[in-house]
Ligand binder design. Sequence first.
Ligand SMILES: Nc1ncnc2c1ncn2[C@@H]1O[C@H](COP(=O)(O)OP(=O)(O)OP(=O)(O)O)[C@@H](O)[C@H]1O
Ligand SMILES: [Mg+2]
Length: 378
Amino acid sequence: MTDQVRIALLNVSKRFGEDTAVDGLSLAIAPGELCVLVGTSGCGKSTTLRMINRLIEHSDGQIHIDGQPIREINEQALRRRIGYAIQSTGLFPHWTVARNIGLVPRLLKWPAERIQKRTRELMQLLGLSETEFAGKYPHQLSGGQAQRVGVARALAADPDILLMDEPFGALDPITRESLQDELLRLQARLHKTIVFVTHDMEEAMKLADRIVVMDGGKVVQQGSPQDLLTAPENAFVESLLGGRDRGLKQAGLIPVRDVMHPTGARRQTTAAAVSADDDLRGALSLMLLHRLSSLTVVDERDRTVGTLGVDDIMHRKNLLPAASAKPANQSSNQSSNQAYNQPASSSDDGDAVEDKAKVEDGAEQTSPSQDRGPRHEE
Ligand SMILES: Nc1ncnc2c1ncn2[C@@H]1O[C@H](COP(=O)(O)OP(=O)(O)OP(=O)(O)O)[C@@H](O)[C@H]1O
Ligand SMILES: [Mg+2]
């Protein structure tokens, strides 16, 4: 593999007995890329993540990290390099927030002061006040706070890879949006290689550099959100992307500032204003709400910086393609190869983590609840 690829899956399959959960999957994820896996329930997303961090072993094919087969990377090194965050957070209920965050560094036998310093740093990074939260237990946290702790824990050993399995799935829309914003802010700063699983297409479009659509353990299509919205491979991808809302979703990916006319160029101030940082979807909504065909565009200090007309949106290149690239009833699974070519401790503690992850595995299949009752301890 070239040095452009951090995680490579080459024709990877996973079988559970007679059942094939992942079927000849090939994926190449570049350093610093935020790659989002989407697809219907049971299509193999979580299995794919778990094969990457070796919570489960792949049956066939090869998985490489920076060109090295993962089976040749020792467990400590893998743990240091890969952070894992899941919907149920997987926090130990009888450990404080600080102790939960320091889990992996402790397994890696960092000195106590270094763990403490790192925990403090991460709490600050995730907007968790140390005085308020360090000594609390998971059951004393809201869902959003617990997710932050889960993400902090995943980041603790400063891994270059983060695997996130529906990490914000259980949250209300407002908390979810604020955690998404935080993830994007963190990513702009930390440049991790992230594989993120979600069922929420809005979330996928907001976060992804690349979306990988899976079905039946295979890749159906992959590309940037814009690519997928412009040319969904088949009816399955199209329906996953939101069917007839596709035009609006696409408008949601384009910032107003890319389309507006700077002040003085053309139009007068109007009765309603949109922020230059908002997207065309928000602008269209505002136009409908105020029955206006153009809007004033303002900056973060409410100064007028331009105007935006509905015709500017309509004539924007790449927005609202005349029709789907493929007839809506045509279904195909052809694109995976073509898409692949796109660039795009103490042993006790160790066992506890492995066992816990396996407990999570089992628990996740049966219950989405955050409160999992007694679990394996240190
Ligand atoms: N440990 C296991 N033993 C047997 N079958 C399993 C195991 N883990 C997953 N499977 C099966 O493999 C398939 C893929 O499961 P996986 O958890 O990867 O799906 P998913 O895409 O993450 O689904 P969801 O969106 O519901 O989380 C499913 O049919 C599932 O039942
Ligand atoms: Mg899953």
